[in-house]
Design a protein around this ligand. Sequence first.
Ligand SMILES: Cc1ncc(COP(=O)(O)O)c(C=O)c1O
Length: 441
Amino acid sequence: MSIIKLLSKKTDKILFTTPSHSQKPMFNTSISNMYNIDYSEVNGFDNLSNPKSSIFYAQAKASEIMNAKQTFFITQGATTAILSAMKALINPGDKVLVARNCHKSVFNGLILTAGIVDWFIPETDENWGIYTHIDCEKLESTFNLNQYKAFIMTSPTYEGINSDIEKIAKLCKKFNIYLIVDEAHGTLNNFSSNLPKSAMEQGADVSINSLHKTAGALNQCALLNIGNNIQNIDIETFQRAINIFQTSSPSYPLLSNIEHCINFLNSEDGNKEINGLFCEIDKLKKDLNRFGVQFYVSENHDQTKILARKEGISGYDLSEIMFDEFNIEDEMNNAISCLYLTGIGTTKSKLEKLKNGLKKVITNPSYEFVKTDFQPFPLTKIQPVDTFNREYMYVNKENSLLKISNKTIMPYPPGIGLLYPGEAIQKWHLDYLDKDVEIMV
Ligand SMILES: Cc1ncc(COP(=O)(O)O)c(C=O)c1O
């Protein structure tokens, strides 16, 4: 089916996925007819790669709202914001510590910057099958081993677990390491007292927000925030890095969507919307607890990411039944649980449908959850920068053990690699590989 045909059909699916806006604007937007507002750098308009007027002022206001020294509007997703931040801070040969639950864009950033990676494994929760927070003691021990240029981590995680950024930022300052926080899923942190403070407020050097994921903006709207206390680098360097990756043709529809989105989140109406969402989710959880539905809860958990499991059924089966019988699509599922993403645009009636569906799923009391087995510590044999365009050959899966993979194994979502090119294939990976495996020569 063509794209045009696909989009002409109205879907009746109830989506708990990104983007959170439910295919409706939740705030004022200039976009009623995209053509009306689609301009380039004509007289009176600004220049995206060297903003001096409208984009400059909109970014300056956003910087204040985001508690940043500088907030840049990015119209090509958090991916571009991550690549730009990495390009600005990391030079070829710099050592970079990366939390392994990073989005794939960080691996691509390592290819582009020629940074030398060491992986850091976040804590895990086997009972839910998820990565959790960064342990500060382990981090400090790792910092003692090498002089890193930057530490790159994700907080909140896809499932909503926030790490203690304030502590991590202090540790990074002590060791003279730049802290880059991928806060793609945590834009609302800056706008709600129900959530931990934002990475900017907690002292990160750089943070990245994806506005479409939870904040009600259109796909590809993102922010790159530079912290107030960043040292030994000027803002111009970030602009130059952004200009490498970002289009030279500004999309005013997307730029205005970003501006509207931030203004809304910062307004009384936005505040009401966010608090209302927390209230409704709280009610939903209390109600569903009585029907054997359990929710992931922890001190630093963002409750807008509803991670649910039901006694007597696997996450995979729950996901399938919810889709087949109730037309409800989750963002992600694993052997144990399903992740229902909410945000600006998740209405009360949508949550009501989720509640009714989850109540009705019939379970089998004899079914017991299995504990999750996480990916082994990665064995990097060839650094990311040297993995692109390598010669490769095929071997039979049985003969691939400890050979160097030329391929990525990556479930999407969440876009977290289980095996990247340049890493040794370990026994654990074999279940995920095809019969013939691409290995580097
Ligand atoms: C943690 C995280 N960071 C970055 C990204 C990239 O975001 P985008 O798709 O806006 O480029 C994603 C996308 O799923 C993500 O989950």
